[in-house]
Design a protein around this ligand. Structure first.
Ligand SMILES: [Zn+2]
Length: 356
């Protein structure tokens, strides 16, 4: 987020990437061989990849090793051909409104609404975390100022505490993957919002819940999994007022406070759940983008930046960003440049530069 930060040795994640040398999967399906490290046993079997390599369908290009959540992982970059699986309902679009109350509200173009509950994994673990954090803080931890080394007892307590965090993170990863895979295997077109997650994380009242929900990750997974099914992902402009617009008549409210959970239209009298209204607006965006109706235009220019002229309501850009000397924010958002970058994936529209 923001400007690149200097990499610190004590903070950097332990990771490295091998591009040359001996990188292979051993024929027993349980070991990998990496340059400098030699043959290492893996926790999970490698048999699936091994079968592909044996059949000549895959070729290993590189390997990345990283330390994450107390474990070492190896990722192998592989060149392979992939069959494009057909989604269940290719003609149906879905609008996804992400939120804290419900993790996602899915409104599809056939009019069906589905609510995905927010598992709130962190909330469930907070009590246990409090206990373990308190225990760790009673023991002699490390101090960089005085050069104090942590005691063995602190190390043990810290390890116990980290285990809880790791478990929460694993549970979250699991449920997010299940959600995004399910959505992508069913619907043809997916419309998501371009949420300012980095900005929301700066709000101290929202940050914990937003981070626990993993909004940014949901969008990332939906986008790359869409490519797997050769299905488009439409990212609504950050300034598109999906919550404030009436999904029935299109009237836009000037203000809608966060605590107002029910949307009431002043123009046509529609009363609807706030998130459901937003999801309906998003799915309407897909129709405008794909069929060529509305302002969003034909397929040649897959830009959905100005549907109904309702966008960019508050501030324009963070100060300093648009005045930059051809910086990222200014340069990357020019439409003709962006189309060149994303020329190979036809429908994969990104109307905003990914700022996070
Ligand atoms: Zn209305």
């Amino acid at each position: 987020m923001g400007v690149p930060r200097r990499k610190l040795k004590r903070k950097a994640r332990l990771a490295c990437r091998f591009t040359t040398g001996t990188i292979r999967i051993e024929p027993d399906g349980r070991h990998v061989t990496l340059p400098r490290l030699g043959t290492i046993r893996t926790h999970e079997p490698t048999s699936k990849l091994l079968a592909r390599i044996r059949a000549g369908a895959a070729r290993i290009l590189s390997a990345a090793v990283r330390h994450e959540r107390g474990r070492w992982f190896v990722s192998l970059q592989v060149e392979t051909t992939r069959e494009i699986t057909r989604v269940d309902r290719p003609d149906v679009a879905v609008g996804i409104d992400l939120g804290v109350k419900h993790l996602a509200v899915l409104a599809d173009s056939s009019g069906e609404i589905r609510y995905e509950p927010n598992p709130k994994r962190l909330d469930g673990a907070l009590k246990l975390l409090r206990f373990h954090s308190r225990r760790a803080s009673r023991r002699q931890g490390p101090d960089r100022k005085t050069g104090q080394k942590p005691s063995t007892r602190w190390e043990k307590a810290n390890c116990e505490r980290n285990k809880i965090h790791h478990r929460v993170a694993n549970l979250r990863t699991d449920s997010l993957h299940k959600l995004t895979t399910r959505v992508r295997a069913e619907y043809g077109t997916v419309v998501v919002e371009d949420l300012n997650v980095a900005g929301m994380l700066r709000n101290k009242r929202l940050a914990r819940r937003v981070a626990d929900a993993g909004f940014g990750e949901i969008r990332r997974q939906l986008t790359y999994k869409g490519r797997r099914y050769a299905c488009p992902t439409i990212v609504a402009n950050r300034w598109y007022a999906s919550s404030k617009t009436c999904s029935n008549c299109g009237a836009t409210k000037a203000k809608l406070p966060l605590h107002a959970r029910v949307f009431t239209c002043d123009a046509c009298g529609l009363v609807l759940d706030r998130d459901e209204n937003a999801a309906r607006n998003l799915v309407a965006l897909a129709a405008a983008c794909i069929t060529g109706t509305g302002v969003a235009g034909d397929q040649d220019t897959p830009r959905v930046s100005k549907p109904r002229g309702a966008n960019r309501q508050t501030r324009r850009q963070r100060p300093g960003h648009h005045t930059g000397r051809g910086g990222r924010a200014g340069g990357a958002s020019l439409p003709h440049q962006r189309r060149k970058e994303t020329g190979d994936r036809r429908q994969d529209t990104e109307t905003q530069p990914a700022l996070w």
